[in-house]
Write a protein that binds this ligand. Sequence first.
Ligand SMILES: O=C(O)CCC(=O)C(=O)O
Ligand SMILES: [Fe+2]
Length: 321
Amino acid sequence: MAGESFTSPTSGLTPTLSSPAYLALSSYWSRSLTTLTKVERKYLLSDDGMVSFIIKGFHVFKSDLPDSFHKGIFDTFEALPQNPGDKINEAVPELARIWDGPQMRGALTSILGLGYRISPHMHCHKNVPNTRNQPWHQDERGDRDHQHRERTHTRSVLAMYYPQQVTHNMGPTAIIPASHRRVASPDSMVTYGTVRSQFLSVVPAGSVVINHYDVWHAATSNTSQKVRYMMKWMFERTQDSDSPTWAHDPSQMDEMRQRLEGEHPAPLSRNEYSRDHELRVEMWNNMAGKTAAMPKIYSAHLGGPWPQPGGATTASRMRRQ
Ligand SMILES: O=C(O)CCC(=O)C(=O)O
Ligand SMILES: [Fe+2]
């Protein structure tokens, strides 16, 4: 597989970042939803998928490509003399079938809107036997510190691709669900160990986890004898959407609102609930655009029955239990 030139099955272009072909690829992404290929449209997220992404901060899918493809990627990386850094796409052009494949396009169009672009920063994270846990962290973000992240929109994501099966002891990536809206200092987060309800990327070969950029995550120790690769790409939104760029069904709005407002964000402490629900609706509104925005009705919920003995202390908390 190494050395063989690869052409994207959907675009017919060989994507390298600075080439005219790459620029053409960017405009290919700018088409309207209705002109996505049938296959790409098949992989658009549903309302439920989007709400889950908004609540948890990540979306997982397994590539449709055969195991032999992922095995080929693994072997190719094993044969590389050193880490290509930001040049993984040039070093292993076959990766385009993942980062530019129809499944990724469908998911990324849903999450980042039309015309999203790939960032020049990408990386292969090789977790070899006998590593230590990484501390919880958010990835670097230019001049924005950890108090100024994206709590009400999704403007960039980290897509993590695992070419081999990842078992518990092979150093899966740990992710704290709903932590993309958590304002915290790295100093306080490094003091946490295992977090209740943490997600571990214990996944079959060919799986991809698309994370909201601001999710708190960490590599875990690899106590196995096997190498674990994870290729990471960053994608960015280039424009706000007027209407949902996923497989939206307007008849689902009430149900989606129920989920956004009512679903239990397990790893958050209780006094973060109501603000989290509000931020989720704001995130939906920013991602969906004005045609599918939900009105804000929170203050209405603060009225209602008096608290009952043995229950929560306020009506709003009671409603959310
Ligand atoms: O290797 C992993 O699982 C995660 C690595 C990571 O998050 C990082 O180095 O920023
Ligand atoms: Fe990271």
